[in-house]
Design a protein around this ligand. Sequence first.
Ligand SMILES: [Zn+2]
Length: 112
Amino acid sequence: MQANGNLKKYFTQYTWETARTLFEVRTNMVNLDCNFGRKESKCCICGDEESTEHIFECVGSRGSQLTQQTYLRIIQPGGPEFTKDKAEEITKEIRTIIKERKQIQDILNKYG
Ligand SMILES: [Zn+2]
């Protein structure tokens, strides 16, 4: 997988947590059901098909820095080229949004 090639670069450029999140987006390893075997996962917010890319498009991410343009910059072939501060902001938003989705999903599973 070509995405692995630049892993070392992320770790020298960004903090461990930031590098890990960027790497997870690039390799579809973010903690969403759709990335872990449940192929037919629907977005808990809008009902569209869930995917790594979807969290950058969903209405649930509106108002954040998570846009399709951000996604494309993360997955671009040479690796992301954000400044350290920017990368930290963006990856923090990614982790927050994924955590929120898990919480919404848990509530829906229980009371939905
Ligand atoms: Zn959605």
